[in-house]
Design a protein around this ligand. Structure first.
Ligand code: S3P
Length: 173
């Protein structure tokens, strides 16, 4: 963990990145940030609205700009957006820290997303919506999450608290 006083959490929507970021930061005595929340604050509107007004490419440009800033931080746990791994420049930025993939099967992610009203209001559909969209996205993204991760935690069968215990143990802190 030498260069790694920075931790990025990656994974699909519904994997618990924001909750785990907060709890893990508390455990480590670090700060935490949600990259999507930083982006929305900068843009002055929700991600759903950015997609609607300006399109996905404009959103992805903002996402890359925010990540470039966040990867210079120290003693932070950063929850990233589910699509952050799509761009090569983002994958290069993630190398500034430890990268933890919160991995779960599509059906569990779908169940969790349905129970999360904030996600429903703030996040646009990326394709046809529903479980089929998650399966389609994961077909492309799992390979990229895997390429970026330095540690993978199965969160399909773990609560956020259990995931944090597992991460802390495996980081040996
Ligand atoms: C996206 C996931 C969202 C957000 C945006 C795009 C994606 O983040 O960045 O709606 O491409 O999967 P969360 O994973 O935090 O929901």
């Amino acid at each position: 963990m030498s260069k790694r006083n920075l931790i990025f959490l990656i994974g699909y929507r519904g994997s618990g990145k924001t909750t785990v970021a907060r709890l893990l930061a508390e455990k480590l005595g670090w700060k935490w940030l949600d990259a999507d929340a930083v982006l929305e604050e900068r843009a002055g509107k929700s991600i759903r609205q950015i997609f609607a007004d300006d399109g996905e490419t404009a959103f992805r440009d903002l996402e890359s700009a925010v990540l470039r800033e966040l990867c210079t931080l120290e003693q932070h746990v950063i929850a990233t957006g589910g699509g952050v791994v799509l761009r090569e420049e983002n994958r290069a930025c993630l190398k500034h820290g430890a990268v933890i993939w919160l991995k779960a099967p599509a059906d569990i992610l779908w169940q969790r997303m349905q129970n999360d009203a904030t996600t429903r209001e703030r996040r646009p559909d990326l394709a046809q919506g529903g479980l089929a969209e998650i399966e389609e996205m994961l077909r492309v993204r799992e390979r990229l999450y895997d390429k970026c991760q330095t540690l993978t935690v199965d969160v399909g069968s773990r609560t956020a608290e259990e995931a944090v215990e597992e991460i802390a143990a495996r980081l040996n802190r």
